[in-house]
Design a protein around this ligand. Structure first.
Ligand SMILES: CC(=O)CC(=O)SCCNC(=O)CCNC(=O)[C@H](O)C(C)(C)COP(=O)(O)OP(=O)(O)OC[C@H]1O[C@@H](n2cnc3c(N)ncnc32)[C@H](O)[C@@H]1OP(=O)(O)O
Length: 423
């Protein structure tokens, strides 16, 4: 069955709650609480009360088993029509952008007219598991009918069984944390401490300026007493950041690494006709996307370097160069990871040996990079970052009146999700 023709995918806008530092103001909020708040804020913003949308696609990187379909439960908790289908996806920190791409593809194919994509995460309410042996006993206990059998099982309980299984911010195949992996890449690419601190300080200064000029007034809904991203420190300067001690490798600190964060974001996507019928202006269009993965286990590539591969493939398909953009939104998992990616794109050997290209992609105009701040300042609630970036870039393009923006997000598991927005 062939589709009848592709439709343009319009980004109508986004809504998110301010991002909070882990174990801060959202410590008692669940993923479902936060995502419902972000979704319901989107409903208010765009008059979607009672609307039956094509679908809601969203996800969380860290999820309790009770949230087997977080997106659907959040729809039922929101003022969208209860007849809106919803499902969860997960691609680590690429989740939010991948959700946008999923919904966009269905809009493009004419399978749905409009949908919401989003993501949420909380490291304050991480899903703690129980000891494997205790789990086995509890499962058997649930199946055993006789009192004697149950009592016999209970005698197998040991004090060590109360040790919880807490999810680690680490790669299962290497045992190394994201920060430790990023530190290896930073060393390989010779990324200096000073340039990392400069990028981090700029992220804070840009985000603070954007809040001050009201840029986020129609993108961020106050929640649980927060009206701005809690991690934001407008007074961040390279001099202050230079004083912090390294936490990963020799150059990465708490300021040039993202903090553990809680938060949620949503984006409304639609075809032109749907938007026009509701008199909703289009901010920008999603025109291309690409996902890549690298073999960081055996292939000698850095864990967070997959966007360095996804972007050239996407540019080739779009017939564009790296310089053909007005804005670059490169997720700041770590300052060193952004800088390593930019350096790789300028490197002749990387172009030839890793990308199979004759020439490197070249440098970008750094004044176009993360102009309203990014994850180092806003924080990084893993699955919520993609929605934050898409909504921010769409609004930037709308403000400019025309242009093109590149989104690049690295993800755990050696993956990268990228996209192009145009006005
Ligand atoms: C997951 C994916 O798929 C892909 C990705 O995105 S990978 C990224 C995933 N994210 C991560 O791995 C999170 C990494 N971050 C962490 O683990 C932790 O935040 C961390 C270990 C880096 C730091 O944790 P911490 O020590 O609790 O940080 P915190 O106490 O806030 O800060 C340490 C110090 O730096 C200071 N500091 C932090 N930012 C600052 C700033 N902008 N200006 C001035 N000082 C600052 C703090 O004030 C604090 O100072 P004191 O010790 O004097 O109080």
């Amino acid at each position: 069955m062939a589709p009848r023709g592709l439709k343009r995918v319009a980004i109508i806008g986004g809504n998110r709650i301010p991002f909070a530092r882990s174990n801060g103001p959202y410590a008692t909020a669940s993923n479902q609480d936060m995502f419902t708040a972000a979704l319901d804020g989107l409903v208010s913003r765009f008059g979607l009360q009672g609307e039956r949308l094509g679908e809601v696609a969203a996800g969380a990187v860290l999820k309790h088993s009770r949230d087997f379909n977080l997106a659907r439960e959040s729809v039922l908790g929101s003022r969208l029509s209860a007849e809106t289908p919803a499902y969860d996806i997960q691609q680590a920190c690429g989740t939010g952008l991948q959700a946008v791409i999923q919904v966009a593809n269905k809009v493009a194919l004419g399978q749905i007219d409009a949908g919401v994509a989003g993501g949420v995460d909380t490291t304050s309410d991480a899903p703690i598991g129980v000891h494997e042996d205790l789990r086995a006993i509890l499962l058997r206990l649930n199946r055993t009918k006789s009192l004697g059998g149950r009592l016999r099982l209970l005698t197998r309980l040991r004090p060590s069984h109360i040790i919880p299984d807490i999810p680690r911010n680490a790669e299962p195949r290497t045992g190394l944390s994201m920060g430790e992996h990023a530190a290896i890449t930073a060393k390989e690419w010779g990324i200096e401490r000073a340039e990392q601190d400069e990028l981090a300080a700029l992220s804070h200064q840009h985000l603070a300026a954007a809040y001050d000029r009201g840029f986020f007034d129609d993108l961020v809904t106050s929640y649980l007493g927060l009206s701005r991203d809690q991690n934001l420190r407008a007074d961040s300067t390279v001099e202050k950041l230079a004083k912090l001690k390294p936490v990963f490798g020799d150059t990465m600190t708490a300021a040039n690494s993202t903090p553990l964060t809680d938060g949620a974001s949503t984006v409304l996507l639609a075809n032109d006709q749907w938007a026009k019928a509701r008199r909703l202006p289009v901010l920008a269009y999603l025109t291309f996307s690409e996902t890549a993965a690298v073999d960081y286990v055996h292939g000698g590539e850095g864990l967070l370097m997959a966007p360095a591969y996804a972007v050239p493939r996407m540019l080739a398909r779009a017939g564009l160069t790296l310089q053909d953009f007005d804005f670059y939104e490169i997720h700041e998992a770590f300052a060193s990871q952004v800088l390593a990616t930019l350096k790789a794109w300028q490197d002749s050997a990387f172009a030839k040996e890793r990308l199979g290209l004759d020439e490197p992609l070249g440098a970008i105009d750094r004044s176009k990079l993360n102009v309203n701040g990014s994850s180092l300042a806003a924080g990084h609630p893993f699955a919520a970052t993609g929605g934050r970036i898409v909504a921010t870039l769409a609004k930037l393009l709308n403000e400019r009146g025309s242009g093109r923006g590149l989104i690049s997000i690295c993800a755990a598991g050696g993956q990268g999700v990228t996209a192009i927005l145009e006005k």
